[in-house]
Write a protein that binds this ligand. Structure first.
Ligand SMILES: [Mn+2]
Length: 452
């Protein structure tokens, strides 16, 4: 079982040779992010920055989930695509309720009222054109004002001043629905931002569980025992007792801010409303609680692959696998699902055992119409390895008749370009006699060659 707290987890990474302590002084503006970018591109290790310019009391961890191997350590499995997906498929269905404890290390320091000052936190500015410092590794926990059910997600949060944070929650996301449900009643909604969360909570936050499911229960499933939680000081939310920092805040009903540019997971600065700007909610910070020698957590996004993409990859693939399984008569006909690394988590490949010609179309429409934010789906036959980019490309290069096999979903009226990018490719072989012409040509007996 993994250590209970984030710093214990960093020690565990160090013991496994996957953590580098950085003694060199770095600036929160661009320099932290540059280090995380480098290890994201060179297969690790994770970084613990111990010397942050102007923030002597802080350390900053980054790149903690920046590679497949680091993800495998956090998920307690091997860095094998199939095994990683299997962990998500299993744990995503299980629920282990959190355990409320009276207090925990995250309450060692409690800051309230006039003493709250977000500028005292080492919040990084990441990509070159970003408009300001963003908290990106915060796991956001809030409660639906009607049902009282908690929701867990990760939202980008631009620092707007000493005691104000933006909350970026796109309209269709559960967090936005919860904030809007509060506004309908004229109420703010309490939002806790967890920094240095136990790994299983960060991982579980990326699963698109149905509205009303508290993802701290999925975190418990990944952990194999309940997540220990404490009550917040100023809002009705329960947060991990062993986190590094909790920022408590309340949304201000009706108040909005436009942010951007911000380097997003698609690898560009485009915001959802276009023009490089997007609308976000605003929260007033009501308390900050933290450990005595706190570790700030930074997560980089931008060009794939970063930890943002790794954290989403199998969470999304497992959600898509469940959806695709419902399209076919035999769930085992879904042979593989991959959210591809070059696609910035916008593209998926699904391999199937095809029994009739309409199944690829049905899978394409189902997945593209779901809550999982993907733009393109390629369906391939079971002889294609969804994790092998060469194999997938060969399938769509050789098995597709464009006028027949490309599906473009209609552009919904009165929407942004975001929702227009929905299309799919049926790259499966036609059933029947033609099939033999498309089989992979290989000489027999390659496995018996013993002279080389
Ligand atoms: Mn949710």
């Amino acid at each position: 079982m993994l250590p209970k707290d984030f710093r214990g987890y960093l020690d565990y990474l160090e013991k496994n040779g996957k953590l580098l302590r950085v003694k060199k002084e770095v600036d929160v503006k661009h320099e932290l992010a540059a280090g995380i970018r480098k290890v994201s591109d060179t297969d690790g290790p994770a970084l613990l920055f111990e010397n942050i310019r102007d923030y002597p009391d802080w350390r900053v961890a980054g790149g903690v989930y920046a590679t497949r191997k680091l993800m495998a350590l956090a998920l307690e499995t091997e860095p094998d695509e199939g095994k990683l997906l299997q962990r998500y498929l299993e744990c995503g269905e299980k629920r282990v309720k959190p355990k409320l404890v009276p207090t925990g290390p995250v309450k060692e320091i409690i800051i309230k009222g006039e003493d709250i000052d977000l500028t005292k936190l080492p919040v990084p500015t990441y990509n070159a054109k970003d408009c300001g410092p963003y908290i990106c590794a915060g796991v956001e926990i809030n409660k639906h004002p009607e049902t009282g059910k908690q929701n867990v997600s990760i939202c980008a949060r631009l620092v707007l001043g000493k005691d104000k944070l933006e909350l970026v929650a796109p309209a269709a996301h559960q967090t936005a629905l919860i904030v809007l449900a509060g506004e309908e009643r004229g109420q703010g909604v309490g939002v806790a931002t967890v920094l240095g969360a136990p790994p299983e909570l960060t991982i579980a936050s990326q699963i698109k569980a149905p509205m009303g499911v508290d993802e701290t229960e999925i975190a418990g499933a990944f952990r194999g025992e309940p997540l220990e939680v404490v009550k917040c000081e100023t809002i009705d939310v329960e947060v991990p007792a062993h986190a590094e920092v909790i920022i408590e805040g309340i949304t201000i009903p009706g108040e909005r801010v436009f942010d951007g540019p911000f380097g997003e997971y698609r690898g560009d600065y485009h915001a959802m409303l276009g023009g490089g700007k997007r609308e976000g909610f605003v929260t007033k910070i009501t308390a900050i609680t933290m450990r005595k020698d706190p570790i700030f957590h930074a997560i980089l996004t931008g060009m794939p692959m970063t930890e943002n993409h790794w954290l989403k990859k199998w969470a999304m693939a497992s959600d898509l696998c469940r959806l695709a399984s419902k399209v076919v008569l035999y769930p085992e006909d879904i042979k593989g699902v991959n959210v591809t690394e070059g696609g910035s988590t916008c593209n998926a490949v699904v391999s199937i055992h095809k029994r009739n010609e309409r199944t690829p179309r049905d899978i394409i429409y189902t997945l593209l119409s779901s809550q999982v934010p993907i733009w393109n789906v390629i369906v391939v036959d079971e002889d294609v390895d969804v994790y092998d980019h060469l194999d997938v490309e060969r399938a769509w290069a050789t098995r597709v008749v464009p006028s027949r096999d490309i599906y473009i979903l209609p552009y919904p009226p009165e929407t942004t370009i975001w929702f227009a990018k929905r299309w799919g490719i049926d790259a499966t072989m036609p059933l029947g006699k033609e099939r033999e012409f498309h089989l992979k040509a290989r000489p027999p007996g390659v496995d018996k060659v013993d002279y080389v």
